[in-house]
Design a protein around this ligand. Structure first.
Ligand SMILES: *Cc1c(COP(=O)(O)O)cnc(C)c1O
Length: 466
C-alpha cells in the first residue's frame, strides 16, 4: 500500500465531511450499542487493506461524529478548527514528530518556543514567564499548580519533589466557590487534597469576592496557593485579578489564574480590561483548542518562576535550567516525555489570523453571543440568567402552564438536542437548571445564530404543548 493513494482517498473523505458539516444534524443521541455493533467485533486475526479500513471507519463512525467543529455547536466551551490548523495537523501527523526533546525534532522545539513567546506578548504576560504545551486546560492547571507546590514548599525549606508531602510543613490552598472542576482534579493528583481547601464566596455572576478573600487570608498563617479564574464556564465572568493579586502577594503566596478560555479576551482591545492584572499572576493556564480553534488536544501552562516550573516537571535532575539561547527540551516543562508536536497547529492558527484576526474572532463570538441572548429574550418565557460579558449565555425557560422551570428547561434542552439544528447542553447555575450556550467557533455567522435561536424557541413552544 502506498501512502499516496490512501491519503488522496482520505483527503476526499475529509473534505466531503468538512464541506457538509454545516448541513448535518449537529449532534443526535446515538445508542452506544449501535455504535458498538457498527465498529466493534473481535480484533481481526489478519490485517486488512488500509484503504478498506479507512473507508469502513469513515462510514461506520459517521452517525457518532458530532459536528462540534461546526458553526452551530454551542455545548460546553468548544472551539472548532481553523483551516490552517487542520492542515498543519495533517502535516504533523505525516511528520510524526516526537516533541519531547530538541534532538528528536528541532522544528517542533523551536515552533513551541515561538508560539509560547507570541502568546506571552499577545496576552501581555510578564516577559519572564516560562511555558509548556500540554493536552488542555486540565493539564495546564496541573502543571501550574505543580510549579506552585514546588515554590511554596521550597520557600518553606522543603523539597517536595524529593521527599513528597510526608511530614511537609503546612500550606493552605484557596479556591473560589466557582473554581472549575479541573482545579480540584489537579489538587487531588498533586496530593494537596480536593477537599482540603478554603473556598471563597463569589458574587451573583460567580466572581471571587476580594473582600472575602482578604478576610479569609487574615485567618490563615501558612503560605497560600490561591486559585482564581478568568472566564467562568457558566457565566463567562472574570475574577477581579487586579484586586486579588495584591492581596495574595502581600504575604507568602502564589496566585494561579485558570484562564482556559477567558485569557483570549486579553487579545482584544475591547475586552482586554476584563483580565486587568493578569500580568501579576504567578501562573496562568490557557486552552488553544477552545478559543484559538485548533484541533484537540492543545493547551499551555504559563509560569512566572521558571525554576519552580522546571523543578516540578523536569525529567532531568531537579533545578536543571536550560541556559538562555540553548536548545529547549520541551519535556522539562510538562508532565510528559514523548509528546505530540501540538505546537505546529497553534503556530499555523496564529499566523493565519494575525493579531487582528484573533481579536476579531474573539469580538465576533462575543457579539454573536449577545445576539443569541437578544433573540431568545424576545420570548416572554425566556430569562437570560447572566450578564453576557463575553461568549457565554445562560438561558432558563418557563412554561405558561406553570410547569416546574427546572424540569421544563431540561425538556427544552432535550428537544433542542434531538432537533439537531444546533446543540446546547444543560447546567446548574445558583441552584437553577439552565441551558448553556457558548459561542466559541471561528465559523459561526449571524445566520447560524438566527437559525439556532429560532429552532430553540420552536422547541420551547413544542415542549410547552406537550
Ligand atoms: C475547559 C476548562 C478547563 C478544562 O480544560 P480542558 O481543556 O477541557 O482540560 C479548565 N478551566 C476552565 C475555566 C475551562 O473552561
Amino acid at each position: 500500500m502506498n501512502h499516496e493513494e490512501l491519503l488522496k482517498n482520505t483527503f476526499q473523505l475529509a473534505t466531503k465531511f468538512l464541506q457538509g458539516m454545516s448541513d448535518r444534524p449537529v449532534g443526535r443521541p446515538v445508542d452506544p450499542s449501535s455504535m458498538l455493533s457498527a465498529l466493534g467485533g473481535a480484533l481481526p486475526d489478519h490485517g486488512e487493506d488500509p484503504l478498506a479500513v479507512i473507508e469502513d471507519l469513515n462510514k461506520a463512525a459517521d452517525p457518532g461524529i458530532v459536528a462540534t467543529a461546526g458553526p452551530r455547536y454551542f455545548g460546553f466551551v468548544t472551539g472548532g478548527s481553523l483551516p490552517a490548523a487542520v492542515a498543519a495537523e495533517w502535516l504533523a501527523a505525516a511528520w510524526d514528530q516526537n516533541a519531547g526533546l530538541y534532538v528528536l525534532s528541532p522544528a517542533a522545539a523551536v515552533v513551541e518556543e515561538i508560539v509560547g513567546t507570541w502568546l506571552i506578548d499577545l496576552f501581555g504576560f510578564h516577559r519572564e514567564m516560562s511555558f509548556g504545551f500540554v493536552t488542555g486546560g486540565t493539564m495546564a492547571n496541573f502543571t501550574c499548580l505543580g510549579a506552585a507546590r514546588h515554590a511554596l514548599f521550597r520557600d518553606a525549606g522543603w523539597d517536595v519533589e524529593r521527599h513528597g508531602l510526608f511530614g511537609a510543613p503546612p500550606i493552605t490552598v484557596v479556591t473560589s466557590e466557582e473554581s472549575h472542576v479541573s482545579i480540584f482534579a489537579s489538587l487531588q493528583m498533586l496530593g494537596l487534597g480536593r477537599e482540603r481547601v478554603t473556598r471563597i464566596p463569589t458574587d451573583e455572576q460567580g466572581r471571587m469576592r476580594p473582600d472575602e478573600l482578604r478576610s479569609s487570608l487574615d485567618e490563615i498563617d501558612t503560605p497560600v496557593l490561591v486559585c482564581a479564574q478568568a472566564g467562568n464556564v457558566n457565566t463567562g465572568a472574570f475574577d477581579p485579578i487586579d484586586r486579588i493579586a495584591p492581596i495574595v502577594h502581600a504575604r507568602p503566596g502564589w496566585l494561579h489564574v485558570d484562564g482556559a478560555f477567558g485569557t483570549w479576551a486579553a487579545a482584544s482591545p475591547q475586552y482586554r480590561s476584563l483580565v486587568a492584572g493578569i500580568e501579576m499572576a504567578d501562573s496562568v493556564s490557557v486552552d488553544c483548542h477552545k478559543w484559538l480553534n485548533v484541533p484537540y488536544d492543545s493547551g499551555l501552562a504559563f509560569v512566572r518562576d521558571s525554576r519552580a516550573h522546571q523543578a516540578a516537571m523536569s525529567l532531568n535532575a531537579p533545578y536543571y535550567v536550560t541556559g538562555s539561547g540553548a536548545a529547549r527540551d520541551n519535556h522539562n516543562f510538562v508532565p510528559e516525555a514523548s509528546r505530540h508536536a501540538r505546537g505546529f497547529a497553534a503556530y499555523a492558527a496564529l499566523r493565519s489570523l494575525g493579531r487582528e484576526g484573533i481579536a476579531e474572532m474573539v469580538e465576533r463570538c462575543c457579539r454573536l453571543a449577545r445576539l443569541m441572548a437578544e433573540r431568545l429574550a424576545t420570548d416572554p418565557g425566556v430569562r437570560i440568567l447572566n450578564e453576557v460579558v463575553i461568549n457565554q449565555v445562560l438561558v432558563r425557560f418557563s412554561s405558561p402552564s406553570g410547569e416546574n422551570p427546572d424540569a421544563f428547561t431540561a425538556a427544552v434542552i432535550q428537544r433542542v438536542q434531538e432537533d439537531g439544528t444546533c446543540w446546547a447542553g444543560g447546567t446548574t447555575w445558583k441552584g437553577k437548571h439552565a441551558m448553556r450556550i457558548s459561542v466559541s467557533n471561528w465559523s459561526t455567522t449571524e445566520t447560524d445564530i438566527e437559525r439556532s435561536a429560532e429552532a430553540i424557541l420552536k422547541c420551547a413552544a413544542a415542549a410547552n404543548g406537550s
